[in-house]
Every structure is written in structure tokens, then in C-alpha cells.
Design a protein around this ligand. Structure first.
Ligand code: 5RP
Length: 262
């Protein structure tokens, strides 16, 4: 079955697999959203089913909640868990300071709340997500539907005074309709090209009425696990200042792949 996976999927898988080393019996674990995070949920599910790992998972979207239940992970709400030992999630971009752009999957609000309520945030990614400067990936901003066009115009105006290359904002669509988040909000994608000052951008955007949250994760991520298509995995810990390299065997497991319909 693994032979059918593309190098990018193998990279995501090995990063996800390595991230399970951060999870121990009894932990409360934030479960991210996206294709890389889905691998991690499957890997944890296998450990729960086959090795008796006991964890409680707090999902960051309805689709992650569904997958987690499907693979056998006990799902609880953030308020039930209160605080998390670790959150493991993907990212759309990360820079040398492990600052991130997230929200490509539209789950940035829950993802940021859950990651912020965790002792540690571990990001799992393939090499394509590493950038020198954040901003090539359009920055998702969650806005309330009321007056969204006005909010969009105000954001575009605000961007004139910011250190960015582009200033267009587009409403994310789902077919003919606006994409709607789990909280019933819309997403504006900001095509900035390059964000000169991500800290400032994150703060200024959140001061705008109508903006619920933005996809910049500043000083939240502790560890990035970078997967490669040949099984190499690099673990960078920003607090310890360490970089570890290893190679994971790509073990075929029918259990892991049976739910691969997405
Ligand atoms: C969802 C996210 C995802 O983590 C991000 O889009 C990366 O997704 P993938 O692992 O599929 O590349 O932020 O809101």
C-alpha cells in the first residue's frame, strides 16, 4: 500500500510518525487539522488500538474530530481537558523562528486556541513549508460575515502602511458560496507576497473590528518536525536550540491506510 504514496505523502507520514514520540500515556493532546495532521491522528489511533496508549484528544475541527473517533481516540472538548500537554498540527509555512502561517484548511481559529492552551506545540511539515520570509502563502484571516466587504476594504487600506509586497484580499469560496468555518465565519486570504514584520501584522489585524483571528502563529510553536520523501526526519527544537536527524522505516500497515479516502 505504501508504494502508492507520493514522496510528499511519505514526507508527511514520517513527520507525523515521529511526532507520536512526543505523546505519552495519560496525555491530553491537541489534534491539528489538514492532510499532515490526519496522518498523525491515524498514527496515534494505531498506538491506541494496538499498544493500548491512553490519551484524550482535543480536535481542532469537525473533520479531525470525526477521524479521531473513527481511529479509536477518545475525543474531549478543550473545556473538558482544560489544558493540553501537547498539540501536534501542520502548517502552511514556517520560518527560521518557527513562526507560522496556518489556516489553509480554514481551521485557524480552533487551531490557535488549542495550540495556545498547550504546554508544547509541535508542527509537522514537509520541506516545501519552510520559508525565509512568511507571506508567499496567502495569509488567512477569519472574519465575521456581518459587513465582511467593509472589513475587507479596511484591511486592504491598513495594508498600505505595512511592510508587504501585495495588498489584495480575496474571500475564500467553496464552489459558488463563501467558505464557512466551523464557527460560521468567513475567511479572507491576504495575498501579501512577503510579510516584513509578522509580529506587527498579527497584532494590527486582530485590532480590526470584524476580524476574529488571523493565521499568523507567532512564538507559539516549539518544535518543527520536517519529513522528507526518503524517510529522513529532522526535528528542530527552538527552545533547546537543537536539530536532530534520523531516518524512519516506512512500515506498511493496512490499519493506517484503510481510511485513506480523502
Ligand atoms: C488547517 C491548517 C493546516 O495545518 C495547514 O493548512 C497544512 O495543511 P496540510 O498538512 O494539508 O498541508 O492550518 O487550517
Amino acid at each position: 500500500m505504501s508504494g502508492e504514496l507520493s514522496p510528499i505523502d511519505k514526507a508527511k507520514f514520517v513527520a507525523a510518525k515521529r511526532s507520536t514520540d512526543f505523546v505519552e500515556d495519560g496525555m491530553r493532546v491537541g489534534l491539528g487539522t489538514g492532510s499532515t495532521a490526519a496522518w498523525m491522528v491515524r498514527c496515534l489511533g494505531e498506538l491506541v488500538r494496538e499498544d493500548g496508549l491512553k490519551i484524550r484528544g482535543v480536535p481542532t475541527s469537525t473533520r479531525t474530530a470525526e477521524l479521531a473517533r473513527e481511529v479509536g481516540i477518545e475525543v474531549v472538548s478543550l473545556d473538558e481537558a482544560k489544558w493540553l500537554d501537547v498539540t501536534i498540527d501542520g502548517a502552511d509555512e514556517f520560518d527560521g523562528n518557527l513562526n507560522l502561517i496556518k489556516g489553509g484548511g480554514g481551521a485557524l481559529l480552533q487551531e490557535k486556541i488549542v495550540a495556545t492552551a498547550s504546554d508544547q506545540m509541535v508542527v509537522i511539515a514537509d520541506i516545501g513549508k519552510e520559508v525565509e520570509n512568511l507571506g508567499a502563502f496567502p495569509l488567512p484571516v477569519e472574519v465575521i460575515p456581518f459587513g465582511w466587504q467593509t472589513t475587507k476594504s479596511l484591511i486592504e487600506e491598513l495594508l498600505v502602511s505595512m511592510d508587504v509586497l501585495g495588498r489584495d484580499a480575496t474571500l475564500r469560496m467553496n464552489g459558488d458560496h463563501p467558505f464557512v468555518t466551523d464557527e460560521g465565519n468567513y475567511i479572507l486570504d491576504l495575498h501579501l507576497g512577503r510579510i516584513g514584520n509578522p509580529h506587527q501584522m498579527a497584532m494590527v489585524l486582530n485590532q480590526m473590528p470584524g476580524v476574529v483571528e488571523n493565521g499568523l502563529f507567532i512564538d507559539i510553536c516549539d518544535v518543527v518536525i520536517l519529513g522528507y520523501g526518503d524517510g529522513k526526519v529532522e526535528t528542530r527544537d527552538i527552545n533547546q536550540g537543537t536539530v536532530e536527524e534520523e531516518r524512519l522505516d516506512f512500515v506498511e500497515s493496512d490499519n493506517l491506510f484503510t481510511d485513506l479516502q480523502e
